[in-house]
Design a protein around this ligand. Structure first.
Ligand code: GLN
Length: 207
């Protein structure tokens, strides 16, 4: 059976995420069909979701004005996986430290926007990530840091310079870096296919 993967496409690295999802699915022997989400009504059909980087203030404004925000909340409440990267992590957080971002509150973390510098300070670092055997080549572009992890279920998966840069809570994984910008699709694999949450969910829905 084919899983439906949605990529929030109001702004950001949409094609790159679609590509990474397809590669991760292939690595795990799964079939996926990727849909781009620019309006409401598509998320409810999705088994898994990615929310890309870009500009968090813009993404926040558009997911709310297009009516996509409550659908993303319902998706996560139903236990379906979401991978939120960079600006996507900022929007998914519970505290973006910026009034222009209306957070979705899906990860109980406070973030600091642009904590790792401006565009010229973009860098790649080998990152030890919980759940991956080998270091992951993480690309940081004006990346947020995760400064405060709540007392609930949010767990840090990776840190750089002693600051958390990947976190998980329930079916959500958030990363400060851009896993869609390398050929290594293991983060997408971890978020979507490793525990098979998406597949199990989709199978239940077809029964
Ligand atoms: N600096 C951006 C923001 O705060 C995020 C950068 C990115 O997604 N690469 O929205």
């Amino acid at each position: 059976m084919t899983l439906v993967a949605g990529v929030v496409a109001v702004q950001g690295d949409v094609a790159e995420h679609a590509d990474a999802i397809e590669r991760a699915a292939e690595d795990h022997g799964r079939a996926v069909e990727v849909r781009e989400i620019r309006e409401s009504g598509i998320v409810p059909d999705c088994d898994l979701l990615a929310m890309p980087g870009g500009e968090s203030t813009t993404i926040s404004r558009l997911v709310h004005s297009e009516g996509i925000a409550p659908e993303i909340r319902d998706h996560v409440a139903a236990g379906k996986p979401l991978l939120a990267t960079c600006a996507g992590l900022i929007v998914a957080s519970s505290d973006a430290g910026d009034d222009r971002v209306d957070e979705l509150g899906l990860l109980d973390v406070a973030v600091e926007r642009n904590a790792f510098g401006r565009q010229k300070d973009s860098f790649e670092a080998p990152l030890d990530v919980d759940g991956l055997d080998e270091p992951y080549p993480a690309v940081f572009i004006r990346a947020p840091a995760i400064d405060d992890v709540g007392d609930g279920d949010a767990t840090v998966l990776a840190s750089w310079n002693e600051r958390p840069v990947a976190v998980t809570e329930g079916p959500v994984i958030g990363t400060s870096f851009h896993p869609e910008l390398t050929a290594d699709s293991r983060i997408h694999g971890l978020a979507f296919f490793e525990n098979d949450a998406a597949t199990v969910r989709a199978l239940e829905n077809t029964q």
